[in-house]
Design a protein around this ligand. Structure first.
Ligand SMILES: C[S@@+](CC[C@H](N)C(=O)[O-])C[C@H]1O[C@@H](n2cnc3c(N)ncnc32)[C@H](O)[C@@H]1O
Length: 221
């Protein structure tokens, strides 16, 4: 069979579309896995901790790393919620969730390390299970401090490096593999230390699961 340039272009185009389809399917699968993975954890008690972190967030709220929008229904005091995530597939799912909420939720594509907002734009910044994954958490927290209004509040729920040395060493060893499996998640992040180093005063650090999970409330120092 003789291959004309047109036929070759057609085949290449179809292969490209197929690859794109597979890539999108992979992204959609990752989004579904995030939701399926979170659902049992929420039933096991994570939902209660989410509610404690998210519920009191007041005024103009920025939620970083919203994922599929599992927290949207938990806001009690927010006037409006701006919800940021770098993953467009997750944001599309979050958008569907946002349409069911009674308070305004505005979705924005972006990363913690370069927040696309003016300084002092928010009264509260919220993140649940996010700073384990942020590529440069120090830069991300510096950005959070910048966009928080004076007297504003940072409310986090994060899994962190274990307080027991043997488990912390295990977390360190497992992190390179885990990062690949779990979208860049670090098991051994010392998030409370990073928050303090970014210029915050820690008001509350409430440990759960023997210190593997922390509720953190902090304000710019
Ligand atoms: C484990 S999921 C948690 C999702 C959601 N917060 C929850 O509690 O269900 C981590 C989220 O952080 C987002 N993320 C990863 N890197 C980020 C970054 N640099 N800035 C902001 N969000 C990021 C991911 O896209 C993902 O949605």
């Amino acid at each position: 069979m003789k291959w004309s340039a047109r036929r070759a272009a057609l085949v290449l185009g179809l292969a490209g579309l197929g690859a794109l389809g597979l890539w999108r399917a992979r992204e959609r699968l990752a989004a579904a896995l995030l939701d399926w993975g979170m659902a049992p954890l929420d039933r096991l008690g994570l939902a209660r901790l989410r509610a404690r972190t998210v519920g009191p967030a007041a005024g103009r709220v920025l939620e970083i790393g919203v994922g599929t929008g599992r927290n949207f229904g938990l806001y009690q005091k927010a006037r409006l919620v701006v919800a940021l995530d770098p993953d467009l597939t997750l944001l599309a799912q979050a958008a569907r969730q946002a349409r069911r909420e009674r308070r305004p939720v505005y979705l924005v594509a972006g990363r913690a390390e370069a927040l696309p907002f003016r300084s002092a734009a928010f009264d509260t910044v919220v993140a649940t299970l996010v700073f384990c994954t942020v590529g440069d958490p120090a830069q991300g927290l510096a950005e959070v401090r910048r966009v928080l209004a004076p007297g504003g509040e940072l409310r986090l729920l994060e899994h962190v490096r274990a307080p027991w040395p043997w488990l912390a060493v295990l977390q360190e060893r497992l992190t390179p593999l885990w990062q690949r499996l779990a979208g860049g998640c670090h098991l051994d992040r010392e998030t409370a230390t990073l928050v303090r180093a970014a210029g915050f005063t820690l008001e509350t650090v409430r440990p759960h699961l023997g210190g593997l999970l922390l509720e953190i409330v902090a304000r710019p120092a």
